[in-house]
Design a protein. Structure first.
Length: 246
């Protein structure tokens, strides 16, 4: 399982993903689920992945044309004219990759190799855009009516974002909101875990504003987690008391 979130803001885009991949409690590994490509001054494109690891790695490998010699590789996303074309290309590759793996594994493997993706970025001349790509290859785009997308283990962190999101919030508060959402998910589900990958895309910047990996020893993450837990306890005990005599 995994957890990834992409948020659309007035200032740009905020993305975060975990790195945990497991096939049982005794086989837990760390794999990057956020991928980013830039052409400074012209475009920035990011993809976050959830689902079967072989499927998602297969899609990323095709995008980067890893089956070719280094000198002949050309990233397919860097030639698209619009982010809509980027989303369409990623959706097509995802659908075809799943179909190929399903065919190779027969009926017994059908549905096992599903995956979904979040595509985010901006190409010069266009707006920052955010897409959710389904396993079937179709996709939807975020708007300020639907300003964020989640993939993977979404239910624990969703209420935090719904209550805290504000389209004109600064990147600092967006990061705080994402970290609380991830902290709540990690505490509720062992299949989601640190390290976390963070990427902030500022409007018209065309390169990462801020990008880092957050590990378990990160002092800010630890402090935020402790303060959030304490704030919840204080909020709970400040609620009106229930009377057994009522």
């Amino acid at each position: 399982m995994t957890y990834c979130v992409g948020m659309l803001l007035d200032h740009g885009l905020a993305l975060m993903s975990d790195t945990r991949t497991n096939s049982g409690v005794d086989n837990i590994s760390t794999f990057r689920k956020m991928h980013c490509w830039t052409v400074p001054g012209e475009r920035i494109v990011a993809i976050m992945t959830a689902g079967n690891l072989a499927t998602t790695q297969g899609v990323i490998s095709q995008i980067e044309q890893r089956d070719r010699p280094h000198a002949e590789r050309s990233n397919a996303l860097l030639g698209a004219d619009t982010m809509f074309q980027v989303a369409n290309l990623v959706g097509k590759l995802l659908r075809e990759t799943i179909a190929t793996i399903d065919e190779r594994n027969g009926e017994d493997g059908s549905g096992t190799f599903s995956a979904s993706m979040i595509v985010a970025g901006q190409i010069k001349g266009g707006q920052p855009r955010l897409f959710l790509i389904y396993p079937e290859g179709n996709f939807i785009e975020a708007s300020f009516d639907t300003p964020f997308f989640q993939i993977g283990e979404t239910k624990y962190g969703r209420p935090i974002i719904i209550r805290g999101y504000d389209r004109d919030m600064g990147f600092e508060n967006a990061v705080k909101l994402l970290m609380v959402s991830f902290d709540s998910t990690i505490k509720a589900n062992l299949s989601v875990g640190l390290p976390l990958d963070l990427l902030l895309i500022e409007r018209d910047r065309f390169e990462p504003l801020h990008q880092r990996r957050i590990v378990s020893q990160d002092p800010y993450y630890q402090a935020l987690s402790e303060h959030w837990s304490e704030a919840l306890r204080k909020a709970f005990y400040s609620l009106p008391d229930y009377s057994l005599d009522s």
